[in-house]
Design a protein around this ligand. Structure first.
Ligand code: FE2
Ligand code: FE2
Length: 149
């Protein structure tokens, strides 16, 4: 099912939902990096993970400016575990990259929702637009790498 993240009419709630989605994505990236055997692919995916860490830093800055709640360390650890378990049963690099591509569908949809959402102030739009273009770049690479794996 397509994600509803990014559709909230309340900007603080939208930021909190985006942070949860991003942290789950980072956990999936960590599990993927651990499992990839090809050094070149590992390095590319690590670069994408760094994009997500930048997204989290920007969302946390917006959270502080707009009185949104940043999930605490305990919540984060729980999410990291969940993310790892979800990818744990998959076999082979092709399947792994395909699963990551479908996770990018959610991050793309969430940022697209945010870009089109009137609850997002104009001053914050560039952050969401830049992240949307990062996620599209990630997905394009995941699809290409999955096809070649
Ligand atoms: Fe991201
Ligand atoms: Fe991504």
């Amino acid at each position: 099912m397509a994600t509803t993240v990014g559709t909230s009419g309340d900007f603080a709630t939208l930021i909190e939902n985006m942070l949860s989605l991003e942290r789950d994505a980072i956990a999936a990236y960590e599990a993927t990096i651990e499992r990839l055997e090809d050094a070149g692919r590992k390095q590319t995916v690590a670069g994408f993970k760094a994009d997500h860490e930048r997204h989290v830093a920007e969302l946390e800055r917006l959270a502080r400016e707009h009185d949104a709640t940043i999930p605490d360390e305990g919540d984060l650890k729980q999410m990291l575990t969940t993310g790892k378990v979800k990818l744990g049963g998959l076999m082979g690099e092709g399947a792994l990259l395909k699963a990551m591509s479908s996770k990018e569908d959610d991050t793309i949809a969430a940022y697209r929702h945010a870009v089109e959402n009137d609850a997002v102030p104009a001053s914050a739009k560039p952050v969401f637009e830049a992240a949307l273009s990062d996620e599209r770049r990630h997905k394009a690479w995941m699809d290409e790498a999955a096809a070649a794996a």
